[in-house]
Design a binder for this molecule. Sequence first.
Ligand code: UDP
Length: 365
Amino acid sequence: MRVLVVSTPVGSLGSGRGGGVELTATALVAGLLERGHRLTVLAGEGSRLPPACSGAALWCEAGVDQPSWQHRHRDAPVEIPVDGVLPKLWQRALLHQAGFDVIVNLAYDWLPIWLTPHTACPLAHLISMGSVGEAMDAVVAAVAQHHPEHFAFHTAAQAGDFSLPGAPRLVGNGFDLTRYHFAPSGDPLLGWAGRVAPEKGLEDAAAVAADLQMPLAVWGLEEDGAYARRVEASVPAGTIQWRGFLPTERLQQELGRCAVLLNTPKWNEAFGNVVVEAMACGVPVAAYARGGPGELVQEGTNGALAPPDDRHGLRLAVQRALAVPRAGCRRWVEQTCSQQAFAARIEAWLEAVVAAAADRAARGG
Ligand code: UDP
């Protein structure tokens, strides 16, 4: 297939501002290239693709970022800034649609979803978050009513947020496991990784680390500085070690030093890339049983679960996770989240989208 992948209108690929979508984009592109497809990536100006994606063409558009839906009120209207990059990406995609068999949308935005019934080339949407706004819920529900095949989700917990006419297509996520090295043992250090923003619940991980008198290394983009300072002030000095946002190569090296990774979502996390990345390095994960992490963490096999928002339960989960064999964590990732397995699931989904669109066209609507 000739596949056009339209990336997020929040930040450029490689900046970290797009969150987990950035890693998903590269796994999807590299995985489909490996399966013999022709790939073009359309993304924000300044985007970079890793060497595994060098077989793909990269088209960039400059413009103002979209505001992220997760940081707006639930009833916020659809908003496109002056000189926004989102319409520029889609103008370019529509201009070139005749050259592709399918367009994959990775943006959690109203415009591309609304376009679905109006394009000649079928549009396939990999939805990257759960429900965070009413306008998005409504457009997904309305379009999925007549184009259900055109949507895919990472986990059942995420898909459960949306009003869909049938069972959702679940594709999980994929990781290039050659980039993550297994570390057979860790240091007496807890870890936490993600965008530093309230929906990620860093304050709970910090409180548990303080309680256990263990340092907590924190990796990720500081999206909300005031929040970061509040969390820091809530625990004894020295509890948090800020490590900044690192590229995957260095992130995985440092992650592998952890005894346990804590994952503390306050929202219905769609997947939780960092959970799998830690496990790929052999690090068991202690997480709240909420959203994607609640499905990824298998008690005793790759970590331990605590009831959502229960700090005492999370402390107990960390203690159980410390006893989980590290080799089992890596093995679980190899079996379920490899880039190859993910690409095979994406390919099957895209074939179904193309077939459904052809069928609809044959029936004249
Ligand atoms: N990440 C990174 N460097 C860091 C910390 C995080 O590249 O120092 C990446 C990580 O690999 C993951 C993403 O940031 O892909 C966070 O994704 P996740 O699914 O955990 O959460 P999201 O940000 O999408 O809500």
